[in-house]
Design a protein around this ligand. Structure first.
Ligand code: FES
Ligand code: FES
Length: 161
C-alpha cells in the first residue's frame, strides 16, 4: 500500500505522496543529490550512510544516528532529518568537523560523513561525555578501513571539550 509522508529534510518540509513502503532513505537522499550520505554495505553494518533523525518524544527532542540504508522513508512521518550537507560549511564547520580535521580523523574520507553524523548525534545525547568507553560505544556502528580509529576517538574527545 502506498502512502503520504511529511517530514523535514534540514529546514525544508517534504511532502511525499504515493511512495513505496520499501523506499529507503538512502536511495531517496542520493536520488535528490544528497550524495554526502554514502552507500557502503547497504544492510546496516558499516555506518557510511548515517544521518541524524530528530523526533519530539515525551516533550524533548531526541537526536538519533540512523542508518539511512535500513530506514524506510515511509516511517519518517513527523521527523526531521539532517544529512552531512546540513551540518556545516567549509567556512563554518560543525565542531565535530573541525575536530576531525585537526585530529586527522579522515584519510580516504568514505566513512567520514557517517562518523561525523554519529559524532554529532553523540554530542546531542543526554549524559554524553568524553569518556573513551562511552565514545567507543557511541561510534561502534561506524567502520573505518584507514585510520585505526584512534584519531577519530581523539576528535570526538576534542569536540566534547
Ligand atoms: Fe552500510 Fe548503511 S550503507 S550501514
Ligand atoms: Fe577511509 Fe575511514 S577514512 S574508510
Amino acid at each position: 500500500m502506498r502512502q503520504t509522508v511529511r517530514f523535514y529534510l534540514g529546514d525544508d518540509l517534504c511532502t511525499l505522496r504515493d511512495i513505496s513502503p520499501t523506499l529507503t532513505l538512502l536511495d531517496w537522499l542520493r536520488d535528490r543529490g544528497r550524495t554526502g550520505t554514502k552507500e557502503g554495505c547497504n544492510e546496516g553494518d558499516c555506518g557510511a550512510c548515517t544521518v541524524l533523525v530528530v523526533r519530539l518524544e515525551d516533550g524533548r527532542l531526541n537526536w538519533r544516528a540512523v542508518n539511512a540504508c535500513i530506514q524506510f522513508v515511509s516511517m519518517l512521518d513527523g521527523a526531521q532529518v539532517y544529512t552531512i550537507e546540513d551540518l556545516g560549511t567549509a567556512d563554518a564547520p560543525h565542531p565535530v568537523q573541525t575536530a576531525m580535521v585537526e585530529q586527522h580523523g579522515s584519510q580516504c574520507g568514505f566513512c567520514t560523513p557517517g562518523f561525523v553524523m554519529s559524532m554529532a548525534a553523540y554530542r546531542k545525547s543526554e549524559g554524553a561525555s568524553a569518556d573513551e568507553q562511552a565514545i567507543d560505544d557511541a561510534l561502534a556502528g561506524n567502520l573505518c578501513r584507514c585510520t585505526g580509529y584512534a584519531p577519530i576517538v581523539r576528535a570526538m574527545k576534542q569536540a566534547m571539550a
